[in-house]
Design a protein around this ligand. Structure first.
Ligand code: NDP
Length: 301
């Protein structure tokens, strides 16, 4: 399993301790583009060996945001040379029908990765669907087996968003080793795997959530602060230690467009490095999905 794809796209001179230096804006779009380029080269190698990397994309219902995400992922597939097999199912699809589709994709040797776009309509059991996907095709890294491998520090598919954050840090030469890292959010797809990856990278990690007492004080201890909350612009400068690296995972739709969980305008003057929204973590998540799909194809090649 790769941890670092080994690109350097940005320069980061380290925490500034609030000396008034300008924060590095971590450019997720640029890092993601380099990951896709590398992915395209790996795809070409696979094709030379007669293997066509293939991602099956399953979309149930007609949620416009989900449909937009799926379109972007299909565009990424086209760019890096991955075949995307499109499965669009009506909102009233039964559990049995989606189970059957997953079984057939698991059994299909042409398919290397399976992506089921979340959220699923409420009558479907998302956990059951995730568990039904073969762990070897679980390129989202959500299957309990892959999460267990992460806990144990063994090779397996890592969830795309936290893995993308780690790649981004690596690309900017930000080494979490020895840092105090605070992750706000403990979801299975972002917060928990993020904390585990940072721990694996030798950070000293605190995980916060809605019951954390005096959240701003805990966050102010962070050399590296990751916000994965789902509350537009909640993390303002009062949460941030001068010189901290701030990673904003949040994607919130507001009346004024997309917003992260971090109040960029107030935090940027305090931080040493910060990700914007859009153009930060979002493109990285999609790029890692491509890299994971190629890794799945390479594993059976
Ligand atoms: P969840 O809703 O599953 O989890 C949110 C977490 O934030 C929970 O652990 C919750 O605590 C915590 N939380 C909520 N409110 C507060 C608060 N006031 N103070 C402290 N903690 C709080 O969200 P996800 O993890 O799925 O997503 C988080 C954000 O990241 C969303 O904006 C989402 O859109 C975005 N996202 C972005 C991706 C990307 O590619 N950039 C990919 C995936 C998600 P508790 O557990 O106690 O309820």
């Amino acid at each position: 399993m790769r941890h670092h794809l080994g690109y350097t796209v940005g320069a980061f001179s380290g925490p500034t301790e609030g000396d008034g230096a300008v924060a590095t804006i971590i450019d997720g779009t640029a890092v993601a583009a380099t990951i896709r380029q590398r992915a395209a080269a790996r795809t070409a190698e696979l094709r030379e060996r007669g293997i066509e990397p293939c991602l099956a994309v399953v979309l149930v219902g007609d949620d416009p945001a989900s449909a937009a995400y799926v379109r972007m992922k299909e565009r990424d597939c086209a760019e890096v040379g991955i075949v995307s097999l499109d499965h669009r199912l009506p909102a009233e699809t039964s559990q049995q029908e989606i189970d059957r589709l997953i079984d057939s994709l698991n059994d299909d040797p042409r398919v290397h990765g399976i992506l089921v776009q979340m959220p699923l309509p409420r009558h479907l059991d998302a956990e059951r669907v995730i568990e039904r996907i073969s762990p070897t095709k679980d390129v989202d890294g959500f299957h309990p087996e892959n999460l267990g491998l992460l806990v144990r520090g063994l090779p397996g598919f890592r969830a795309c968003t936290p893995a993308g954050v780690m790649e981004m840090l690596g690309a900017y030469g930000i080494d979490p080793s020895g840092m105090r890292a605070v992750v706000v959010g403990r979801s299975t797809i972002v917060g928990k795997p993020m904390a585990l990856l940072l721990l694996e990278a030798n950070a000293t990690v605190t995980v916060c959530h809605s019951r954390t007492r005096d959240l701003p004080a805990v966050c102010r201890e962070a050399d590296l602060l990751v916000a994965a909350i789902g509350r537009a612009r909640m993390i303002d400068a009062t949460y941030v230690k001068p010189g901290a690296v701030v990673i904003d995972v949040g994607i919130n739709r507001t009346d004024h467009g997309l917003a992260g969980d971090v109040d960029f305008d107030s935090v940027e003057p305090v931080a040493s490095a910060i990700t914007p929204v859009p153009g930060g973590v979002g493109p990285m998540t999609r790029a890692i999905l491509m890299a994971n799909t190629i890794a799945a194809a390479e594993a059976v090649a």
